[in-house]
Design a protein around this ligand. Structure first.
Ligand SMILES: [Fe+2]
Length: 321
């Protein structure tokens, strides 16, 4: 009998690029990986750009579709090879209400067809269906927790290759006993990661995408309690210790941060599309996204203003519904 993901594949086509990419690009053996990397090094086209766009929080209200469309248009204008999203695609489905939640996912998937390049999605806390205490739904609902996201996009953790670089999107979310979300990489995923990395050459540059940050200075800078990072982030760093982990792309905080931890790993928190619930900047970070340029074994980044702040100030803030 086919599993749920397989059954859904037929009608999701465009929307499951993440899964399809994994399935369609079988992993190269270690030797052919090395050959490919050698080829890429001598290839003048061994540079590319991609967009990292996070915390979109799409909903029909607050002119959110206009703001997201402006981000899509800007990304198309920049013409990167692909887009990676950083989670919190919708706002929000944690409190249940199936009709409303499904409408939000539909809105996101319909709008993201406007990207003129592949889109690789990541799951965020606001994308977890029905997990809160006040939700009318519970574990028995097929869309519970990761279910709705999976129905639209496929697996919540997966990998793909691009021009000698390896990209891994992780699911950084779980649910506590008292029905709140928490930043956590669950065991099954960690086991997948261990097995998966056996097939990746140790010199291959790797990019991780995670919604909840693995490294973040927000609390230290703002005197807040809690690290705002994934609880068991160290387990993932441990798994990567013999690999060439270049950068961790992160969302959730709605601010911009770049760090280099002792030349071992760099991290980049990508601002947000929604700002403070579409009402303005959050943490004084202008709404925007990251354009990342890869050149050989290195990368550089630039925060792109897609014009939403100027537009928002021009049209004013609608009454919140
Ligand atoms: Fe968010």
């Amino acid at each position: 009998m086919k599993d749920k993901n397989q059954m859904e594949l037929g009608r999701r086509k465009f929307l499951v690029r993440s899964t399809l990419a994994t399935a369609a690009v079988p992993f190269l053996s270690i030797s052919s990986h090395a050959e490919q990397r050698q080829k890429d090094k001598s290839d003048p086209e061994n540079s590319f750009e991609f967009v990292f766009m996070t915390d979109i929080h799409i909903k029909p209200e607050m002119n959110a579709p206009l703001g997201f469309q402006m981000a899509i248009d800007k990304a198309n204008e920049l013409s990167p090879d692909f887009v990676i999203t950083g989670g919190d695609l919708v706002y929000d489905v944690m409190r249940g209400n199936f009709e409303r939640s499904d409408t939000l996912f539909k809105l996101y998937t319909e709008m993201s067809k406007g990207f003129q390049m592949p889109v690789y999605n990541c799951i965020g806390n606001h994308d977890l269906f029905g997990i809160y205490e006040e939700s009318p739904e519970d574990e028995s609902h097929p869309d519970y927790k990761y279910g709705m996201w999976e129905r639209y996009f496929g697996k919540t953790y997966y990998a793909f290759d691009h021009k000698g670089w390896h990209f891994i999107t992780l699911n950084s979310l779980d649910v506590t006993d008292n029905k709140r979300y928490k930043g956590f990489f669950h065991k099954e995923q960690l086991q997948w990661l261990r097995n998966h990395l056996k097939k990746v050459d140790r010199s291959t540059p790797i990019v991780i995408t995670t919604h909840i940050p693995m490294l973040c200075t927000f609390s230290q800078l703002n005197g807040k309690e809690g690290s705002r990072t994934v609880e068991n982030n160290f387990e993932v760093f441990e798994i990567f210790k013999d690999h060439n982990l270049k950068v961790v792309l992160q969302g959730h905080i709605h601010w911009k941060e770049y760090g280099n931890a002792n030349d071992r790993v760099q991290f980049l928190t990508g601002g947000s599309i929604a700002g403070n619930g579409w009402k303005g900047r959050r943490h004084n970070t202008k709404e925007g996204f990251m354009k990342i340029k890869v050149s050989g074994d290195t990368f550089s980044w630039e925060y792109i203003d897609h014009g939403w702040e100027a537009e928002r100030l021009k049209i004013g803030i609608p009454k919140e519904k």
